[in-house]
Design a protein around this ligand. Structure first.
Ligand code: AHM
Ligand code: MG
Length: 336
């Protein structure tokens, strides 16, 4: 068997890609890996532990019921960021406001992290894949001072790194620092993420489409046409229509499409006129990965990573996937 490359070794090898790197980003990525191993262990045993499954009894600022594991994962990542020294503040789906870390130690941190600690909440209690999504920016404010809202509200193009952890049939961490996308599988026997998917590329086209089709009559009518004409019709040269695949966990739906080729659509609807997914910690990080892998991510009209955020928990319509499928789907849209 050839030698496995651990995530830690990989990160260290790549440090020299950044001419003035002093190792903080490498340490931060390693910290995220450690926190996600703890969360992975919690997810794997949740059904056996009291106080791990079910609703927490709180609603977050976005009107969504928090699950106990949402809160456990959120705390786990925050503790790791607070104690690591690379991060001066965070924003997460589970916290109404951003958080500036006020110790002298943390105030020196160069980075802020925006994250969704456990995405796909509705799947937690039913043993279906869920994920963590993260986006890392260099702070705008001065080192030594408190992190500010401006640090959090940067465009996707300013991300220095982004990634996700998928708690699926195995646990995987996939990330980019703007030099391609690499995927690591957690080897449960040695407790290390090991390189399993080097230099990931999204197929230029595919045969999988993912959308909550319950929404098809309450969104841009062009989407219904696209699905009917392109996804549910036997196209020339094919012997069957595309396959609909919707897990309802963004990370899992995205990861499958990244590997196999496909499109994921969560449009604006009459119920959620701004869309459902959050720009800063759901859409931007996956958009960075998609583009690095050769795919696209847009609102249907505008590139996701161009959007200047106006609100911490801003929602946007979201189309992400294989380049050709994206271009085709967007050409059907009728409304601005
Ligand atoms: P969450 O952050 O509350 O889990 O919501 C985000 C999730 C995504 O993972 C998923 O793609 C989408 O919401 C599913 O929404 P719906 O149930 O409306 O199809
Ligand atoms: Mg989420």
């Amino acid at each position: 068997m050839s030698k496995l490359t651990t995530l830690h070794e990989f990160i260290m090898d790549r440090q020299s890609d950044f001419p003035y790197a002093s190792g903080e980003l490498s340490r931060l990525l390693s910290d995220i890996a450690v926190a996600s191993k703890v969360v992975s262990k919690d997810v794997r045993r949740a059904g056996l532990l009291e106080n791990f499954l079910g609703a927490q009894g709180n609603t977050n600022i976005q009107g969504e019921e928090q699950q106990k594991l949402d809160v456990i994962a959120d705390n786990q990542f925050i503790q790791m960021f607070k104690s690591g020294g690379e991060v001066c503040g965070i924003a997460s789906e589970e916290n109404d406001d951003f958080m500036a870390f006020e110790s002298d130690f943390s105030k020196q941190g160069k980075y802020v992290v925006l994250f969704d600690p456990l995405d796909g909440s509705s799947n937690i209690d039913v043993n279906v894949s869920i994920g963590t999504i993260f986006s890392i920016f260099r702070r705008k404010s001065k080192a030594g001072e408190s992190a500010t809202l401006e640090d959090m509200m940067q465009t996707g193009d300013e991300q220095v790194a982004a990634g996700y952890v998928l708690y699926g049939s195995s646990t995987m961490l996939v990330y980019t620092t703007g030099r391609g996308v690499n995927g690591f599988t957690l080897d449960p026997y040695i407790g290390e993420f090991c390189l399993s998917h080097p230099n990931m590329k999204m197929p230029e086209t595919g045969r999988l489409y993912a959308m909550n089709e319950g929404n098809v009559n309450i969104c841009d009518p062009g989407i219904k046409e696209y699905i009917k004409e392109k996804c549910q019709t036997i196209l020339e040269g094919a012997n069957r229509p595309y396959s609909g695949r919707y897990i309802g966990s963004l990370v899992a739906d995205f990861h499958r499409n990244l590997i196999k080729g496909g499109i994921y659509i969560y449009p604006a609807t009459t119920v959620d006129p701004e869309g459902k997914l959050r720009l800063l910690y759901e859409c931007n990080p996956l958009a960075f990965i998609a583009e690095q892998a050769g795919g696209l991510a847009t609102t249907g009209h505008e590139r996701i990573m161009d959007i200047k955020p106006t609100k911490l928990h801003q929602r946007v319509p979201y189309f992400i996937g294989s380049k050709t499928m994206m271009e085709e789907a967007m050409s059907y849209l009728k409304t601005e």
